[in-house]
Ligand binder design. Structure first.
Ligand code: GTP
Ligand code: SPV
Ligand code: MN
Length: 609
């Protein structure tokens, strides 16, 4: 990798020889005008955000209502994760499995090296040392993202612990520091005199993980999950491969703390696919008296066994990258309070005339705003003001109900794991698994209607195992085997109990059967009472479902028939699922653990025909 372009000027650097060599190599290939190492200082935030405002990428919001906060509208083609452009480039194709895109690492590197050549011309190359999880963790999980996007720099500073403190620690640990090199470019070089656009990106996109090397190459997109490489690329795709090798779990899960009226504390993790309710559940305000929720994480959980044999979860992230539409004082008051403290970036929502932001579902609908597409918007314009996958990016420590344990690198012991998805039919409000293997079967067969969080058709039912379909960094069949093994090696009495929930079942008129949001606390209460052996359940072919009396519906605006409909297990509907599950399992061939086939056979037998 040589170039005859003169070396770029640099601000900062490192004594870590391998890291310095990689940064030099990337600079030589991508030919930026400048190289700047990110320190994490407040002054740097001002410089970067000023630069984004000057470039037209950011609009500074009203300082009174949205202090230190910014609005951005993306290129209309760069609004979500691009699953068909996402690759797991394992050495052997079979290690990528049937659910991921694959290309041989050398072939991919050749293609991307061509794309990267000169791709940062006219831009600054930023080097962002970061750590996912705690800097003082036993084995800190470092990363270094190289990017030519100021939007990525600003967002990464919110979403991950970044800067000089992290670099100092990497340097102290020297060659023994483990870090994931993560290269990102917008793929939008600027020739001398060429005017930049507000949201540079490239129509060619690649989001690539090399699981054996533990490296990430991303090209062409500025959107969150494609560009903030500490998040999905590292903390799920690369980390899941590390977790398989080392006996832990990297999961697409929120973590919450639940406090009962008796002041008992429980920690719950929950995996729902993208835009299916993790952030909302993580910040829930219970409607039932005496129960309280505190937040630990809203998207990613890393879970390892503690010395006491329990499974402990940490949230590796530092911020929240939440879906804006639908967020309001009623559905998620704690998100609104978090955002009210400012220091946030809003992308693809609407900009109001008083320098605020608005989105579908938020209170105080404006009479006029600028839509995410930059067009005039009024309540009768018949178009959405905000993209359905518009997002806020905000520091998690602004969340008023953040649990103190968030700062504990050991994490919290998990009592229950919930799986869930969006299903209009079939799947009841809550089902308890008989045991770990049955819970793994529930996770492995999880199904959900697709959402706007990924480019593609919305509302199509697909299998999304453990809500990890786009995030498993290896063969999903082996991933199921890993889940089975985690349970096999553990003391069963100390394992979390597994449940499957569905907040999204509909009635005949198409309305939601279950009111959701704060009312989901009623389901959490049942979950805890099951763990404590206090609540009743009926055994059904798919698992244990609440008896109508065991679910606390005191004060709930639902008829007994509606509650019954939300809880119903209809054998007819479930028999229709079987061929879909069979087709799904058939994809995995030999990699499918036999225990899951046994579970499926058992389900079929119980459902009869
Ligand atoms: P990602 O950030 O993409 O991983 O999404 P998420 O799983 O955190 O989903 P989030 O909590 O942001 O919710 C996505 C959408 O679902 C929002 O529009 C919410 O308003 C809506 N939603 C969340 N919880 C519920 C619920 O209990 N019932 C209903 N009907 N909608 C919900
Ligand atoms: C998701 O899509 O699951 C998200 C947003 O949490 S992103 O960071 O784009 O992955
Ligand atoms: Mn997510």
């Amino acid at each position: 990798m040589t170039t005859d372009t003169p070396a770029a000027t640099a601000t900062g650097g490192t004594t870590h020889a391998a890291l310095a060599a990689w940064v030099d190599e990337v600079a030589a290939l991508t030919t930026p005008d400048r190289v700047q190492w990110i320190t994490g200082s407040p002054q740097e935030w001002t410089e970067v955000t000023d630069k984004l405002v000057a470039a037209g990428t950011f609009t500074r919001l009203n300082e009174q209502t949205h202090p230190n906060s910014f609005y951005a509208a993306s290129d209309p083609t760069d609004v979500a994760r691009v699953e068909d452009r996402t690759f797991i480039c394992s050495v052997d194709e079979k290690d990528c499995g049937p659910t991921n895109n694959w290309m041989a690492p050398d072939e991919m590197k050749a293609i991307m090296t061509d794309l990267y050549r000169g791709c940062m011309t006219g831009r600054t190359m930023y080097v962002i040392p970061f750590v996912m999880g705690h800097l003082n963790a036993e084995k800190p999980m470092f990363g270094v993202e190289i990017t030519d996007s100021e939007y990525v720099v600003a967002s990464m500073r919110v979403m991950a612990r970044c800067g000089s403190k992290v670099l100092d620690r990497i340097e102290e640990l020297g060659e023994s520091a483990r870090y994931v090199p993560a290269l990102h470019s917008l793929g939008a070089p600027l020739q001398p005199g060429e005017k930049d656009v507000a949201w540079p990106c490239n129509q060619t996109k690649y989001i690539v993980q090399f699981p054996e090397e533990r490296t990430i190459w991303s090209y062409g997109s500025g959107y969150g999950g494609n560009a903030l490489l500490g998040k999905k690329c590292y903390s799920l795709r690369i980390a899941s491969a590390m977790a398989r090798d080392e006996g832990w779990l990297a999961e697409h899960m929120l973590i919450l703390k639940l406090i009962s009226p008796e002041q008992q504390t429980y920690y719950v993790a929950a995996a729902f696919p993208s835009a299916c309710g993790k952030t909302n559940l993580a910040m829930l305000e219970p409607t039932i008296p005496g129960w309280r929720v505190e937040t630990l994480g809203d998207d990613i959980a890393w879970m390892r066994f503690g010395d006491d044999g329990r499974l402990y979860a940490v949230n590796p992230e530092f911020g929240l990258f939440g879906v804006a539409p639908g967020t309001n004082e009623k559905t998620n008051p704690n998100a609104i309070r978090t955002l009210a403290k400012g220091n946030s970036v809003y992308t693809n929502v609407a900009l109001t005339d008083d320098g605020g932001v608005w989105w579908e579902g938020l209170e105080n609908e404006p009479q006029h705003a600028t839509s995410w597409k930059g067009e005039d918007w009024t309540p009768d314009s018949g178009e959405l003001s905000s993209h359905p996958n518009s997002r806020y990016c905000t520091p998690i420590d602004q969340c008023p109900i953040l649990a103190d344990e968030y700062d504990d690198p050991r994490g919290v012991p998990i009592s229950a794991i919930l799986f869930g998805g969006r299903r209009k039919t079939t799947v009841p409000l809550v089902t308890e698994a008989r045991d770990w293997v049955h819970g793994t079967f529930m996770g492995a067969t999880l199904s959900s209607e697709t959402t706007a969080a990924a480019v593609g058709q919305v509302g199509v039912v697909r299998r999304d195992p453990m809500a990890m379909l786009p995030f498993i960094g290896y063969n999903a069949g082996d991933y199921f085997g890993h889940w089975i093994n985690v349970g096999k090696d553990a003391d069963a009495s100390k394992l979390p109990k597994i449940f499957y929930v569905n907040w999204f079942r509909r009635d005949e008129d198409g309305g939601f059967l279950w009111p959701g949001f704060g009312e989901n606390s009623r389901v959490l209460k049942w979950v805890i009472e099951r763990i404590e052996g206090k609540a009743a359940a009926v055994e059904t072919p798919i698992g244990h479902v609440p008896t109508p009396e065991s679910l606390d519906i005191d004060g709930l605006d639902m008829t007994p028939e509606q509650v019954e409909a939300a809880l119903r297990v209809d054998p007819q509907e479930w028999r229709a699922e079987i061929p879909q599950i069979e087709e799904w399992f058939a994809k995995f061939g030999d990699a499918l653990p036999t225990q899951l086939q046994v579970e499926l056979d058992g389900l079929k037998a119980r459902l009869g025909d």
